[in-house]
Design a binder for this molecule. Structure first.
Ligand code: CP
Ligand code: NVA
Length: 310
């Protein structure tokens, strides 16, 4: 593993390296049992290292989990809002990347534009981690995969179903399905389908990905049911979205068609009564808080991998 590996999209990272990141996350999670949350991991693998975080959009989980990840790894973190940086007053992404590369060892960014994130990675000299863009959310998917393995076991061949908007999280889920070899059905209405580019990449790489407009069909036999908000950060035409996506709500009817042992995932924040009913998201099949916790564990492994420490 070389230093300066970016973590931008799952599709660009070999499956064995993604596996290694997940296994490290699992091992480190176990090793922390009994430690206080702010306590540094005994090995302090990132002692002396600094991560800068840029947020161009809101965040609760990502911000706190990355900051605590650096704390637990023995490193330092700096959090910035994009609009409080000179970036927000027109400084170029390229200059920002070059300057930040002189101060810190890695940069995490939640960016409005995926292209700007790629430019940051190209123009800087330190690893860049994608903490959500309009196109993808790979850190979220790594947490989801860890959660699924903890609750159900190995991923390969396990049927999963996505409901609603074919958004950034859905794109990363498709990439994960190809990398970890599980069948995925996505129930999305016309106009809300995932990225055509990602769908083509999945097809070219023999992914078992099925798109349907029929909400009844997707969850049949699925062991994992996933959804996300109908209105992502930056989305417009909210009224039309709510109306178009309404038939794709995850509710008791949808879950009754899934496998008996099925679990429900949601990256959060959730909107009860919209994309999912309260009885499901707050019920026994929901693993949303394990999923949220696992952001911390996988991101520790992601940062360490980017810096060549694992
Ligand atoms: N799931 C997720 O990325 O949450 P935040 O927007 O709170 O970071
Ligand atoms: N799809 C959502 C995810 C939030 C974590 C968004 O982009 O707003």
């Amino acid at each position: 593993v070389s230093v300066n590996s970016h973590f931008i999209d799952l599709k660009d990272i070999p499956a064995d390296l993604l596996r290694h990141i997940l296994d490290t996350a699992k091992k480190w999670k176990q090793a922390r049992r009994g430690l206080a949350k702010g306590q540094v991991d005994p090995a302090a693998p990132l002692s002396g290292h600094a991560l800068a975080m840029i947020f161009e959009k809101s965040s609760t989980r990502t911000r706190i989990s990355f900051q605590m990840a650096m704390q637990q790894l023995g490193g330092t973190s700096i959090v910035m809002q994009g609009n409080n940086m000179q970036l927000g007053r027109g400084e170029t992404v390229a200059d920002t990347a070059k300057v930040m590369s002189r101060y810190v060892d890695a940069i995490m960014i939640r960016a409005k534009s995926h292209d700007a994130l790629v430019e940051l990675a190209t123009e800087g000299t330190v690893p860049v981690i994608n903490a959500l863009t309009n196109k993808s959310h790979p850190c979220q998917l790594m947490a989801d995969l860890l959660t699924i393995e903890e609750h159900l076991g190995s991923l390969a061949g396990r049927k999963m179903a996505w409901y609603g908007d074919g958004n950034n999280v859905a794109n990363s889920l498709i990439e994960a399905a190809v990398k970890f070899d599980f069948p995925l059905m996505l129930a999305c209405p016309d106009g809300y389908t995932p990225s055509k580019k990602v769908m083509k990449w999945a097809k070219d790489n023999s992914g078992d990905i099925t798109l349907t407009t029929d909400p009844e069909a997707a969850s049949v036999g699925a062991e994992v049911v996933i959804t996300d908000t109908w209105v992502s950060m930056g989305d417009k035409n909210i009224d039309a979205r709510m109306k178009d996506l309404e038939p794709y709500q995850v509710n008791a009817g949808i879950m009754s068609k899934a496998a008996k042992n099925a679990i429900f995932l949601h990256c959060l924040p959730a909107h009860r009564g919209e994309e999912v009913t309260a009885d499901i998201i707050d019920g026994p099949q929901s693993v949303i808080f394990d999923e949220a916790e696992n952001r911390l564990h996988v991101q520790k492994a992601i940062i360490a991998w980017c810096l060549g420490k694992i």
